[in-house]
Design a protein around this ligand. Structure first.
Ligand SMILES: Nc1ncnc2c1ncn2[C@@H]1O[C@H](COP(=O)(O)OP(=O)(O)OP(=O)(O)O)[C@@H](O)[C@H]1O
Ligand SMILES: [Mg+2]
Length: 407
């Protein structure tokens, strides 16, 4: 069967095909996992398969985010529908430019935007537009012959994209996970639904008004209650900063496994993301550690709820030990980290994204409560583990007795 016939699109793909006849810019605004990214890829792939060659410029704020998310989706989609991509997709290539049936799909991180200069295209797509400044949109639009697509979870209601929507040649297609349920595993749906301020979710402590509006219902909301504002971005860890240790969090299918390096200098913290990746077995982790230069004596503090993984990594020759999780330790770790100025290396892109979005929970009325959300925290948890164990005052005996710490 031809690839084109195999593609099963959702409502929003069909709506996109219709909307492009009337509008120049299409905003895909929606909740988490609603099928935005896949539908946009399929929209361009269908165009490419129809034979008329087009050029598409695909951007996101950071090249490393493109590599860890968009290119993975591009690979999954083209594999799933048996679509030939030339050359073979490989995130290590210097130029991320691919061809399907003669049409060009060129991926760029806006952190290397000089590569984009002078480039013109038939179409552009800004993935996760909330992260991107208006000047990039203007630059892209100026050099575009046909149209543009923007997609995002509307997590900041003051964003420029909502002004743009007032233009008559701009339309908005809304979506939520309910448009995409047939493709989603139950755990993902349950996780998103757990934010809804229902009586049961409130009782279980998972309800969050803001998270439900933005990631559940796909409605714009005001970002408030960010936990960490005491950080900035630096090029690299200074030569004279002293290595403190690594923190590590385990994930697998949906969550990444993370390793975060912590350094200090002049009483300020320097942080480098070494690993942030899903689908890692313990053997993969050990070989990645070796590749990244993690030393056999370097202390690694990991989530103790995975003793088997810790033991396996230890047997691979690493100096790793467990740190017990618990609600108390979360707040303790956050308070500890907030006492410092924190410098994050620019290659720690996923950790940066977490720091921007990690926030306190909100009750039904939108009032902030003193408890962080349990998401956007995989790199942050790793950082917390090493901070708790190595920084500042030694934890009090009472704190240890309460079971918040343990080796
Ligand atoms: N047409 C499709 N065919 C098969 N699977 C699909 C299709 N559309 C979406 N999916 C599945 O649903 C998942 C979520 O879709 P997608 O990543 O496009 O959502 P999203 O709206 O971009 O989410 P987010 O807001 O989190 O970026 C995909 O990873 C894929 O597994
Ligand atoms: Mg997406």
């Amino acid at each position: 069967m031809e690839a084109r016939q195999k593609i099963v699109g959702t409502r929003i793909l069909k709506q996109t095909i219709l909307a492009q006849k009337t509008y120049k810019i299409i905003c895909h605004e929606g909740g988490s996992r609603s099928g935005k990214t896949w539908s946009i890829f399929l929209f361009f792939i269908l165009k490419a398969l129809r034979g008329k060659s087009i050029t598409v410029t695909i951007v996101r704020d950071k090249l490393s985010w493109i590599k860890s998310t968009l290119l993975k989706d591009f690979q999954d989609i083209t594999e799933k529908f048996g679509i030939e991509v030339i050359p073979e997709i490989n995130i290590n290539r210097a130029e991320q430019v691919y061809y399907i049936n003669g049409s060009e799909f060129a991926f760029y991180g806006l952190d290397y935007s000089e590569k984009l200069h002078g480039r013109s295209q038939d179409w552009f797509w800004i993935n996760e537009t909330m992260e991107v400044g208006k000047k990039h949109f203007d630059q892209l639009e100026m050099r575009t012959r046909i149209g543009g697509i923007l997609d995002y979870n509307p997590y900041d209601d003051l964003h420029w994209v909502f002004d743009l929507q007032k233009r008559p040649d701009v339309t908005v297609i809304k979506s939520t996970m309910l448009d995409n349920v047939r493709f989603l595993p139950k755990q993902i749906i349950d996780k998103i639904k757990s934010y809804e301020p229902t009586e049961e979710n409130i009782k279980n402590g998972t309800a969050d008004n803001y998270m439900w509006e933005v990631y559940g219902r796909g409605e714009k909301a005001r970002l408030q209650g960010a936990i960490f504002t005491n950080w900035d971005i630096i090029d690299s860890i200074p030569e004279s900063a002293k290595f403190v240790g690594y923190g590590m969090d385990f994930g697998y299918t949906n969550d990444p496994t993370t390793l975060i390096g912590l350094y200090t200098m002049d009483n300020e913290l320097y942080v480098n993301q070494v690993l942030y990746k899903t689908g890692m077995t313990n053997q993969d982790i050990a070989s990645e550690f070796r590749n990244m230069g993690v030393g056999n004596l370097d202390e690694i503090y990991a989530d103790s709820s995975e003793p088997k993984s810790i033991e396996e990594i230890r047997r691979n020759g690493f100096n790793i030990r467990g740190v017990t999780k618990g609600q108390d330790s979360v707040m303790y770790g956050i308070d500890l980290l907030k006492q410092y100025k924190i410098h994050i290396t620019k290659k720690s892109a996923e950790l940066e994204l977490e720091l921007r979005r990690y926030k306190y929970m909100e009750d039904k009325l939108g009032k902030t409560i003193n408890k962080p959300i349990d998401t956007f925290n995989h790199g942050i948890d790793a950082l917390r583990y090493v901070a708790i164990m190595k920084l500042g005052k030694k934890p009090t005996l009472q704190f240890i007795k309460r079971g918040a710490l343990g080796i």
